[in-house]
Design a protein around this ligand. Structure first.
Ligand SMILES: *[C@@H]1O[C@H](CO)[C@@H](O)[C@H](O)[C@H]1NC(C)=O
Length: 129
């Protein structure tokens, strides 16, 4: 009886979580990214596409810019650099797929939980902001 109750409660909660995440995505841009996104985390509602602009404002220090994709929000040591550019500006659109992961519009097969602007220093190391 107690076991049945526990199973029902657990099943109910799990079902609720799945149903919820089916509908909405988490805001995908790291809060330390100072560059502009056209939808802020405050204005983000559910699944709408977001455009992120990353700009190289100090080309003496920063050699290349890009957008980094993360599969684990709390571990930024695991990243993939997407859209590397030696131009001054990178602008990409992020789309939330039905699985609630995000991808860049032009790379639907590569899914991530979050993104941030990425800057490559002259020595080849990347930092994210
Ligand atoms: C943000 O940019 C994307 C891609 O261009 C666009 O689809 C979306 O409608 C824009 N959102 C707003 C609120 O302007």
């Amino acid at each position: 009886m107690i076991l049945t109750t526990i199973l029902v409660v657990v099943g109910f909660c799990f079902g609720g979580v799945v149903a919820d995440s089916d509908r909405c995505c988490h805001y995908p841009i790291s809060t330390t990214t100072i560059n502009s996104a056209n939808v802020t985390s405050m204005n983000f509602k559910c699944v709408e596409p977001i455009s992120l602009k990353c700009q190289n404002v100090n080309s003496g220090v920063v050699k290349k810019i890009g957008i980094a994709g993360f599969k684990d929000r709390s571990d930024t040591s695991k990243y993939t650099i997407l859209s590397v550019s030696e131009e001054e500006l990178v602008e990409k659109t992020m789309i939330c797929s039905p699985s609630t992961m995000w991808h860049l519009e032009e790379k639907p097969e590569d899914e991530y939980l979050s993104f941030s602007c990425a800057y490559m220093l002259q020595d080849g190391t990347w930092f994210f902001q």
